[in-house]
Ligand binder design. Structure first.
Ligand code: PMP
Length: 459
């Protein structure tokens, strides 16, 4: 009897081979690659083209890095100029004309009274490294070691930054309530919720028996990004400034994600008009290449030479790309544009929510937008009155977006907040296309039979 050979496996398309090798060779800790199985080969503005020839609207933007979208001509031109000039690409933290131009441009975008008396420290290339630097700076300046940070915060993945992020445990970090309307920790929301959160903070700092270590600083995000797109109310920001100022606690604004026009102001602290003591900046300031700095009041500059060193603090290409990006955003009013367009997108998404009961909340500021996915049929859990978050449905929405050529990220406590971080160069037509695709994806996800998690499994 003839033995039939198994049919040979059909040849894998090139992109499938790349994806298969990635899953075989790369770490179990890989993140975006799991939910976005695409192989980008070309990109321009909002659009990414995959090796399979498909095109995607990219609302992830390198986790909020690409203020001008992919490969903006002014960024490419700035990089080419450095390459063609023969300038050294690696210079540690030495002075160069490229760096000088970057610092001049950066300082021109900062609040005047801050910039006039500020110092900048170039850190290792990631946002998390600048967060570490900020903590060292304020600890050296105050001689204290405690830190004040907020529920739902995200500051990075190195030890100190992680300890200050929500979900981590560190005895030196005191966790304070971040105000939020939806799922307000005090069950009230709105202004009353924010007032109560501020009251809690003030009370804890003044209570000699609160068990709170003396704080070297308070770190906050003007809009929590990874924490689920939670904009801090302006009044609450001003209260945090007063509370820290009157107690000589340096206030650290983590603008890694909110900076460079993203929220409708060049720096998100501009909405409330507060001037922090330290600003942590990364992502968009490098114009798509790695760059991170802290900028701070010169009185804090008491740390010793070498207190925060690192080999890769002189990325000339990133500085040139960053200078071009900062200047382009400033000269073209892209922060204001992000504010107007973001408000319009929020309004469209909110009207969409009326037809989609799985949309529990739509919130954001500028082009930092979140859509929280809930299970409308399940009973509220614990203390909340809102329907419980639905991580399975949220993941389905993300996949339905992808199959419609729209790349979105998931964030928030339970990975149930669909996040939109489009470039600030987004056109009206592109904004409509993004909302339309998301609407279709929501409808498709709602139709799909999805596994419901057992009650209580989210906590
Ligand atoms: N702070 C904030 C507010 C962030 O959003 C992030 C990154 N998402 C970081 C810090 C850490 O930046 P990086 O991933 O470059 O280390």
């Amino acid at each position: 009897m003839a033995v039939t050979e198994p049919a040979p496996a059909p040849p894998l398309a090139a992109h499938e081979g790349i994806l298969r090798r990635q899953s075989l060779r790369e770490s179990a800790a890989r993140t975006y690659a799991r939910s976005l199985p695409i192989v980008p080969v070309r990109a321009r503005g909002l659009t990414i083209e995959g090796a399979d020839g498909r095109r995607y609207l990219d609302c992830l933007s390198g986790a909020g890095t690409l203020a001008l979208g992919h490969n903006h001509p002014v960024v490419l031109e700035a990089i080419k100029r450095v390459l063609d000039s023969g300038a050294p690409l690696h210079v540690l933290d030495l002075a160069t004309p490229v760096k000088d131009a970057f610092v001049t441009e950066l300082f021109s975008t900062l609040p005047r009274d801050f910039a006039d008396n500020a110092r900048v420290q170039f850190c290792g290339p990631a946002g998390t490294d600048a967060v570490e630097a900020a903590f060292k700076l304020v600890r050296a300046a105050t001689g204290r070691s405690g830190l004040l940070a907020f529920t739902g915060a995200y500051h990075g993945m190195t030890a100190g930054a992680l300890a200050a992020s929500g979900g981590a445990e560190d005895v030196r970090v005191t966790r304070l309530p971040f105000p939020q309307d939806y799922r307000c920790p005090f069950g009230i929301g709105g202004e009353a919720g924010a007032r109560t959160a501020a009251h809690w903070t003030e009370n804890l700092l003044d209570d000699p028996k609160s068990g709170t270590p003396a704080p070297a600083g308070m770190i906050l995000e003007p809009v929590q990004g990874e924490g689920g797109v939670n904009p801090a109310p302006d009044g609450w920001m001003r209260r945090m400034r007063e509370i820290t100022e009157t107690r000589s606690i340096p206030l650290i604004a983590d603008e890694v994600q909110t900076g460079v026009g993203r929220t409708g102001a060049f720096w998100a602290v501009g909405h409330s008009g507060i001037v922090p003591d330290v600003m942590v900046l990364s992502k968009a300031i490098g114009g798509s290449l790695p760059l991170a700095v802290i900028v701070y009041r010169s009185e804090l500059d008491t740390w010793q030479p070498g207190a925060h060193a690192g080999t890769f603090r002189g990325n000339q290409l990133a500085m040139a790309a960053g200078t071009a990006t900062l200047a382009y955003v400033r000269e073209n009013g892209l922060a204001e544009r992000a504010g107007v367009l973001g408000a319009r997108m929020l309004a469209s998404l909110r009207s969409l929510a009326a037809d989609h009961p799985c949309v529990g909340d739509v919130r954001g500021r500028g082009l930092m937008i979140g859509v929280e996915i809930v299970d409308p049929e399940a009973r509220p859990q614990g203390t909340g009155t809102e329907p419980p978050p639905d991580p399975v449905l949220a993941a389905t929405v993300q996949q339905e977006c992808l199959s419609r050529g729209l790349i979105v990220e998931l964030g928030g406590r339970y990975s149930t907040v669909v996040r939109l971080l489009p470039p600030l160069t987004l056109t009206d037509e592109q904004a409509t296309a993004v909302v339309d695709r998301l609407a279709d994806a929501l409808a498709a996800a709602e139709r799909s039979p999805h596994r419901r998690l057992p009650t209580g499994s989210l906590r």
